[in-house]
Design a protein around this ligand. Sequence first.
Ligand code: CA
Length: 339
Amino acid sequence: MSETKPTRLMAEVDFGRDGKQHGYVRLYHSVHESAYGFIPIPITVVRNGAGPTALFTGGTHGDEYEGQVALSNLARTLDPREIKGRVIILPMMNFPAAMAGSRTSPIDAGNLNRSFPGDADGTPTQQIAAYVTQKLAPLADLACDLHSGGSSLNYTPCALIERDDDAARFARTKAALAAFAAPLAYVAAGSQGTGADRTLTGAAKRLGIPTMGSELGGAGTLNRDGLAIAERGVINLLAHMGILPASRAVPGATRYVAVGGDDYFVHARESGIFEPLAEPGAEVKAGQPAARIHTPETPGSEPSVQTFARDGLVLVRRIPGRTVRGDCLFHLGTDIPAP
Ligand code: CA
C-alpha cells in the first residue's frame, strides 16, 4: 500500500456540535468556468450528545433516486431533540453524477462505488472516495449506502448485505439487516473479484465497520415502494442503534434470498431487441421462456428465445430494449434461511 495522502475536501459542518447542521463538503475544483470554485456535496449532521453514529449515503450512483429522496426527507425531518448520538447524511455522495442523473460522474466518468479507498490527489470521484474513507467512515458505527438498479436495471426492491468472514461484524450486519425490515433482503456472497473491494462496503469492512445497503428499484425512475422501504428502514436502523427510541421502530417480516451460480443469470446470447417475458418479483420455473431477442434488421428472421435455467424469484431485469450478446437480462434469487 502506498502512503495515504490526506484528503483535501473540507466539511462546512462541525461533526462535534449538537443540533442539526445542513451544509456542504467542499471539493475544490478549478476549471475554465470556475477558477476558484468548489463542488458542493450536500451533507447534514444531526447530533445530540454522546452515542453511536450512523452514516447514511445515497447518490453513490446518480441515477438511483430512492436513496437520494429518502435521505433528503430524513435530513429535513430528523429532530436532534429526539435522538441520542449522531446521524451523518449524504444524499448525493457523488454530487456531479447525481445532478446529471447518471451512474458515473460527467466530470471524470468515475464510478464512485468502484473508487474506494480513493485517492486524495485523484479525480473528483476518487477524491470523494478518499474523503469518505478518511473522514466519514471512521466516525461511523454503521454505514448504510442506499442503491437501486440505476438506468439499465430494475430490481425487486430489497435490502442488501454482503457475507463477511469476520463473524462478529457479520453478526452486527445481520442484526442491522433484520432491523431494517425490508420485505425482501438479498444476502450477497462476499467480495468476489467484481470490484467489490472497491465499494464503500469494501472500504468500511477494512475499517471494521458493519455496512448494509439496498437495491430499491431502478429503471431510471423513483420506485415508490422502494422509497417507502428505505424511509421505514432508516428509521428502524436508528432505533436499532439506540439513536432513536426503540418505540420508533416499525417491525416487519423479511424474506431472505441469495444468488447462486451461473444458472441464476440469463445473459443475452444474441444481439438485438430484448423482449422481456418476466418482470421483477415474478416466481419463475426452469425452462420457462425469459426473453425473445428480435432482429428486425433481417426480414423473416425468427427471434431467439432464451429460458430461465432454474426456478427462482426474478430479482432484476435489464431495462434498455437494445441489447448485445453478453448483457445480463435477468438474475434470480432463491430463498435461504435468515442468515
Ligand atoms: Ca447502484
